[in-house]
Design a protein around this ligand. Structure first.
Ligand code: SF4
Length: 194
């Protein structure tokens, strides 16, 4: 069985990773999506935020968090007195998974095999950036990193032991509940830098 590991280059800078990921066939999701949506942000970012997968708008633009959820995330980042350019934004899965409903492409949650296949890209991004803080947004991202028994609803905003970064925490995904996400997302980000 293939995975992204077969496509990760030996030289792991963000540009070489991004270029290699553009040709990834580590699972079947590349077949229907427009393009790989790799992470975006500075190589020396102190904070990395990870979502589930790109959405419809991200798939077309080729950039993470540029749709409605991204706008909400931008508000949370601003409320935390940070700028988007300070943060590296990425997803656990780099291709958009969807089902057609009429002419609309509707988000479909990636399955375990697809998450496992894609995780080498996130591993390589984190190894390169070595962030001070890692914020996992939503159950898919949190469980991919912290294990399937992890519950965001029980542990949102707590700091968790992980070798991936000095500060690791999880919160709701910005697409989940707009009324709470931007407030709680900002609170979580601020706590990382207290
Ligand atoms: S979802 Fe990940 S593993 Fe699957 S083809 Fe896209 S980049 Fe490769």
């Amino acid at each position: 069985m293939t995975s992204a590991a077969d496509f990760v280059p030996n030289r792991k800078t963000l540009p070489t990773l991004r270029k290699a990921a553009a040709g990834c066939h580590g699972c079947d999701l590349y077949k229907d999506a427009t393009q790989t949506v790799f992470g975006e942000g500075p190589e020396d970012a102190r904070i990395v935020m990870v979502g589930e997968q790109p959405g419809d708008r991200e798939d077309v633009a080729g950039r993470p968090f540029v749709g409605p959820a991204g706008a909400l995330l931008d508000r949370a980042i601003e409320e935390a007195s940070l700028a988007r350019d300070d943060i590296y934004l990425t997803n656990v899965v780099k291709h958009f998974k969807f089902v057609m409903r009429g002419k609309r492409r509707i988000h479909k949650k990636p399955d375990l095999e697809e998450i496992r296949a894609c995780i080498p890209w996130l591993d390589a991004e984190l190894a390169r950036i070595e962030p001070k803080a890692l914020v996992l947004m939503g159950a898919t991202a949190a469980q991919a990193i912290l294990g399937r028994s992890f519950r965001v609803t029980h542990h949102r905003g707590e700091f968790l032991d992980s070798p991936l970064a000095p500060l690791v925490t999880a919160t709701v995904h910005p697409s989940s509940d707009p009324s709470v996400t931007h407030r709680r997302g900002a609170t979580v980000i601020v706590r990382c830098f207290r």
